[in-house]
Design a protein around this ligand. Structure first.
Ligand code: SAM
Ligand code: DTB
Ligand code: SF4
Length: 334
């Protein structure tokens, strides 16, 4: 059994990434089978709890206020509405519920109090609760942890060198600081990136190297294919091919054998045969439901058919881990 390593060299990552695609696929599939049950796929549902109007300039993002996209700005949803959506996601087979907010960073205001109530409510439903709210301080991370947050998503998105080509309103170091705060608070780390933004293979290799040499591997690594959205600076980017997705997923699987490698944005444009190759390369998680945050995704019915066809089954919640404790004041209320 291969052991977990955090000391990968840039050259090792490059050699893995650049090997002939079928060799990479075979090696990644082998590592996947050594460490995981390849028939299990984690099913997560996303919900945009606060949409659009974001002050950041991420060139890929339809929610940045400065680009003219079709996304309608919406204030933070009410707690009850979010809990109802989480319940539907659970009935549809999701074990993780991830709430996204178009914020640069979390602020200590009434909206954050509401998010805390959402986290408490979803944890009580015995789902893995995840948030992606932008930058977090260490105190905010601790508060989320105490409320029962299981995971926090904060993507590196690309290499440090290419970061400035995509986002100018924050830097890579700030991204890494938030990941540290999340890790230190004892929250499961979800961090990955996007391909298809004009970056080179060197940038993809560098991002994978950064992720795989963090003091602890992120427990989840989303691999997104850019969904080009009209009105954003990256609207005209060509779609990435399945081979590029396999290279990213397979390399991530070999580098981080136990992490959930998530076949994330981009599935809407992929036939089942292509998704099957991604599962073969070690993808072990998907976003389910007909919408990601603002863009389309395959329907639950389509995914159920795919699972049946490929002999996949959903992974149980809190497998290999514990459900975060429910705060005392909540248990008292029954
Ligand atoms: N505002 C928070 C932040 O940026 O961390 C959380 C929400 S943000 C929309 C979450 C992630 O969605 C981004 O880091 C990016 O990786 C992904 N994303 C956004 N737009 C995308 C697109 N058009 N295609 C693929 N992934 C996208
Ligand atoms: C992640 O890596 N991908 C998800 C989730 N984490 C938050 C978001 C994908 C967003 C795709 C564009 C949209 O739907 O707005
Ligand atoms: Fe804002 Fe996040 Fe979109 Fe960047 S990716 S514009 S921070 S919502």
């Amino acid at each position: 059994m291969t052991t977990l390593r955090n000391n990968w060299t840039h050259n090792e990552v490059k050699q893995l990434f650049e090997q002939p695609i079928l060799e990479l696929l075979y090696q990644a599939a082998t590592v996947h089978r050594e460490h995981n049950d390849p028939s299990e796929v984690q099913v997560c549902t996303l919900l945009s709890i606060k949409t659009g109007g974001c002050p950041e300039d991420c060139a890929y993002c339809p929610q940045a206020a400065r680009y003219h996209t079709d996304v309608e700005v919406h204030r933070l949803l009410d707690v009850e509405e979010v809990l109802t959506k989480a319940n539907i996601a659970k009935q549809n087979g999701s074990t993780r519920f991830c709430m996204g907010a178009a914020w640069r960073n979390v602020r200590d205001n009434r909206d954050f109090d509401k998010v805390i109530d959402m986290v408490k409510g979803i944890n009580k439903m015995k789902m893995e609760v995840c948030c992606t709210l932008g930058m977090l301080t260490d105190d905010q991370a601790k508060r989320l942890k105490e409320a029962g947050l299981y995971a926090y998503n904060h993507n590196l998105d690309t290499s440090e060198d290419y970061y400035n080509e995509v986002i100018t309103t924050r830097n890579y170091g700030e991204r890494l600081d938030t990941l540290d705060n999340v890790r230190d608070a004892g929250i499961s780390v979800c961090s990955g990136g996007i391909i298809g933004m004009g970056e080179t293979n060197e940038d993809r290799i560098a991002m994978l190297h950064t992720l795989a040499t963090l003091p602890k591997h992120p427990e989840s690594v989303p691999v997104n294919a850019l969904v080009p959205v009209e009105g954003t600076p990256l609207a005209e980017q060509p779609r990435v091919s399945v081979w590029e997705m396999i290279r990213m997923i397979g390399t991530a699987r070999i580098l981080m054998p136990k992490s959930q490698i998530r076949l994330s944005a981009g599935r809407e444009a992929m036939p089942i045969s292509e998704q099957a190759l991604c599962f073969m390369a070690g993808a072990s998680s998907i976003f389910a439901g007909d919408k990601l945050l603002t863009t389309p995704n395959p329907s639950v019915n389509q995914d159920n058919l795919m699972f049946e066809l490929l002999g996949l089954k959903p992974r149980a919640a809190f497998k290999d881990s514990e459900q975060p404790k429910i705060p005392v004041e909540e248990t008292n209320q029954g």
